[in-house]
Design a binder for this molecule. Structure first.
Ligand SMILES: *Cc1c(COP(=O)(O)O)cnc(C)c1O
Length: 385
């Protein structure tokens, strides 16, 4: 009998596809693993990056476990508050915050704005003054450390649109001293995503230490350091590594960062918290025997899971209902009218037939949240178990 994680596939026989399947037990185990690694460090605060998966059931589970939220839009702030995250545990990041989003965040009294430019600081100051509300502000500093990952998901290099140049750090902090309703609360960094080797985080720690030394010499106190997210997951072997190596991750910061007395350390994990607990189920519509290739055409497309089309990402694909071990090499493609709608090329699968149920693994992060209605398609179904 085929099992998918802890689920018996026969239970899914009649499921309406395409459908995201969320394993809430694995989510709970993942959250517990993070809590295990941060236990005894009362100054560590883990915020969940809502953009990875904003499904209400998932947000509620993460909020109930006591995590904070990292939001990048007004809609995400609203979703986080609805799910039960406390306003003071919400950080609001993003290069392009609209006025209404800043006003919403001020009205709700969120924990901190992660500010990405002096221009943004000035707008927050204007809006806070007009509302007579205090804004707690951290600056996202571009540490210029290169994350060894896909170019589209590297964010910490000088050529990226994110963050404030290191040379301007003291200047922007000084600027807040002239703004009565702006409270400088800390420094924020985020170097990229899907990082599996710790080297880039080690480099980030050294850079944070250097910047802290500069601020010490300027007499500037930094209450909060936020090192962002980016810890990756094993897309190739999800069953071997259903829970990421949180020990190695947190140890890197425990060893690498020289925190000052009373300083709070914040993390913003997205993919590592929810990536492995999600799978995309899809049915085979046709097996097309082309001249050069065999195509498995499934009912899910890039409107349901765009990572392969957008980043060339690979998700492990399994046939849950195959009846033979004899394999055939296929291209697995979706129904969307774009040639980029391909989930896998030259993939060896057990001989596959119309009606078979396939699963794309490790689809809990940046899957459902990036779904679209292109081609007038419906959004994917969701089932939590
Ligand atoms: C996307 C994002 C994260 C989460 O990234 P992951 O790679 O999913 O951990 C954290 N912080 C900020 C500012 C982000 O934009």
């Amino acid at each position: 009998m085929t099992r998918l994680m802890n689920i018996n596939i026969t239970q899914l026989k009649d499921i309406q596809t395409p459908c995201y399947l969320y394993d809430m037990k694995l989510l709970a185990d993942t959250l517990a693993a993070i809590q295990g690694e941060t236990a005894g460090h009362d100054n560590y605060h883990v915020h969940y990056a809502v953009k990875a998966n904003a499904n209400p059931a998932i947000l509620q589970a993460i909020a109930a476990a006591g995590f904070g939220a990292d939001c990048v839009s007004g809609g995400e702030i609203e979703a986080a508050l609805r799910a039960g995250f406390k306003a003071e545990d919400i950080a609001f990041a993003g290069v392009g915050k609209a006025d209404w989003e800043i006003q919403l965040a001020l009205e709700q009294g969120i924990g901190m704005f992660n500010v990405e430019s002096t221009e943004e600081l000035e707008v927050i100051n204007e809006l806070a003054t007009a509302m007579n509300k205090t804004a707690r502000v951290s600056f996202r500093i571009n540490p210029n450390v290169g994350a060894h990952t896909h170019a589209h998901i590297t964010t910490g290099k000088a050529e990226n649109k994110f963050g404030i140049d290191m040379e301007d750090m003291v200047m922007v902090i000084r600027k807040t001293e002239t703004m009565p309703l702006i409270t400088f609360t800390g420094l924020h960094f985020h170097i990229g995503s899907q990082l599996l080797v710790m080297d880039d985080f080690v480099a980030l720690c050294s850079r944070v230490n250097e910047l802290q030394d500069i601020l010490d010499s300027e007499g500037i106190r930094v209450p909060n350091i936020n090192v962002g997210g980016g810890l990756g997951i094993d897309y190739d072997e999800p069953d071997a590594h259903p829970i990421p190596n949180f020990r190695a991750y947190f140890d890197t910061f425990k060893q690498g960062l020289r925190l000052r007395e009373g300083q709070q350390l914040h993390f913003e994990l997205g993919r590592a918290m929810v990536g492995q607990m999600g799978s995309l189920l899809t049915r085979v519509l046709y097996v097309k025997h082309g001249k050069q290739k065999q195509f498995v055409i499934v009912d899910a497309g890039f409107t349901d899971l765009i990572r392969p089309a957008l980043y060339g990402a690979h998700h492990k694909i399994e046939n849950c209902t195959a009846t033979t071990k004899d394999t055939v090499v296929y291209d697995v493609v979706g129904p969307i009218c774009e040639s980029s709608d391909v989930f896998a090329k030259d993939l060896e699968l057990p001989e596959t037939h119309r009606g078979d149920l396939l699963v794309l693994r490790s689809a809990g992060a940046y899957g459902e949240t990036m779904a679209s209605c292109y081609n007038c398609r419906s959004l994917p179904n969701v089932k939590t178990i």
